[in-house]
Design a protein around this ligand. Structure first.
Ligand code: MN
Length: 461
């Protein structure tokens, strides 16, 4: 090893460190009972998540000798642990912590080698079918790799990008890929037009901060690993891939190195998506895997679509949205996704139009919002009852509702129309804040039993 080159160290931002912490705190269960990759893993995952149960390591997967890990990040407590915050930190503490950290990016550290290189499988010896890739929903086209993020480099700018894409197992070294028209699609388009294969690396098994950074959707060209470093408050250790100069986390469990082929298209889909619907099949590009590097004892990590985990991976994107709203409306209180694509903002209204201003800021910052509601500060944006009551009683539809037609949004939303880059959705905006330009009735209130008791003691009752 050359002088000055750094060795791999197991630090708090490494995956195995995080898994050990979870296990010590009773947040990781080792499942010894045999499970099937077909439906059973996703079924147990969704049930456990609904019960707010622990992460599960399936150690006995029928027909495979690699364990499967699910549910690593699906509670606020496990998110707090991942960020090194007190386990019982509430949402505001976590959100404020993230907002502060993301302002100061920490560049990754490129080291000479790491655990992800313990085993190297060449093109002739690798076989994707040996990995316990789950089949999650009844009508899925086959096993889907969902917990892997993809590393690619823009051939023109040389800038690296991380992003999540579902990958359909098609054969020993072949995967189908769905690229919505975002960063990777933009990068691939350039290679495809030149008729050149695009080098990629699929990273499976990484610390949650790296997954959060990959899901954030930073402006193209900004380094997602530096965002992960910021969240972890230490540099992420990276190593160079074997078949390209792409950088991957040194401690990754499994790295699939390969290319997205130019010009070739095959049928991909359906897959039960995060929207709760099957994403429709279509003719899509093909990934050819040319090398696999992994740990001696790799863990296969998978994400079930629509699991709470996905929401947590988007936490930095959501917190970034809060910051943009706060810049537009200083009296912003809090905001939350009440449902997929359904975003609610609460604010202390000081100026007429504050509700609309907050909505516009949220829409500019976040492309996952299709219904955007503004409510007053006395309404909890996480409480559907209160939000519906505010819409029902504070919004005058002829003034408070506006629709923004034909915006690029989430192409997996079934209500979107059009194909590929031509696919758009419309956005429903509801300003359910009380007007400040005319008197508005006060909320009716029955005194609490404690207040009644006090009144009695004071002889008022
Ligand atoms: Mn990106």
């Amino acid at each position: 090893m050359a002088r000055g080159e750094k060795m791999f160290k197991e630090t708090p931002s490494t995956f195995r460190y995080y898994l050990r912490l979870l296990e010590e705190k009773g947040e990781l269960r080792r499942e010894k009972k045999e499970v099937n990759v077909k439906y059973e893993i996703s079924a147990i995952h969704m049930k456990t998540q609904a019960e707010r149960g622990p992460a599960i390591l399936f150690e006995n997967v029928k027909g495979y000798n690699i364990p499967v890990l699910v549910n690593v990040l699906s509670t606020r407590k496990r998110l707090a642990i991942a960020l090194g915050l007190p386990e019982n930190a509430d949402y505001d503490t976590i959100n404020n912590g993230i907002a502060k950290r993301i302002k100061e990016r920490i560049s990754p550290e490129v080291i000479s080698s790491g655990p992800c290189k313990e085993v190297i499988l060449n093109e002739s010896e690798l076989d994707l079918r040996k990995y316990p890739i789950p089949i999650m929903h009844e009508k899925d086209a086959g096993p889907y790799i969902t917990g892997g993020f993809i590393v690619a480099k823009d051939p023109e700018t040389g800038e690296q990008n991380l992003s999540y894409h579902r990958l359909l197992l098609k054969g020993r070294n072949r995967l189908g890929i769905l690229m919505e028209p975002r960063h990777l699609w933009h990068i691939y388009k350039k290679a495809d037009e030149r008729g050149e294969p695009l080098n990629i690396a699929v990273v499976i098994g990484y610390h949650p901060v790296v997954g959060i950074a990959a899901a954030t959707g930073l402006p193209l060209g900004e380094n997602e690993y530096a965002l992960a470093g910021a969240l972890a408050k230490e540099p992420i250790q990276l190593v160079k891939a074997e078949t390209s100069d792409l950088l991957v986390p040194a401690d990754a469990e499994i790295v699939l190195e390969g290319v997205i082929l130019p010009k070739e298209r095959e049928i991909e889909g359906p897959y039960g998506e995060y929207t709760g619907y099957y994403g429709v099949p279509g003719m899509r590009p093909i990934v050819e895997i040319r090398k696999i590097t992994q740990r001696k004892d790799p863990i296969y990590y998978t994400i079930t679509a629509r699991s709470a985990e996905m929401g947590y991976y988007f936490i930095a994107k959501t917190v970034g949205t809060f910051e943009k709203i706060k810049a537009a409306v200083p009296t912003f209180k809090r905001a939350s996704f009440l449902q997929t694509f359904f975003f609610v903002i609460s604010l202390k209204k000081e100026r007429e139009g504050d509700g609309r201003r907050a909505i516009l800021a949220a829409l500019a910052a976040n492309d996952s919002i299709k219904v955007c509601v503004a409510v007053d500060e006395d309404i909890d944006p996480r409480n559907p009852e209160e939000v519906l009551w505010a819409i029902a009683t504070r919004c005058n539809p002829s003034k408070g509702i506006f629709i923004i037609p034909d915006v690029f949004g989430q192409s997996l939303d079934p209500s979107s129309e059009g194909e590929g880059p031509g696919r758009v959705w419309s956005i429903l905006c509801i300003d359910a804040t009380k007007p400040i330009t005319r008197p508005f009735p006060e909320k009716a209130k029955i005194p609490s039993l404690e207040e009644i008791q006090r009144m009695k003691e004071q002889g008022l009752l």
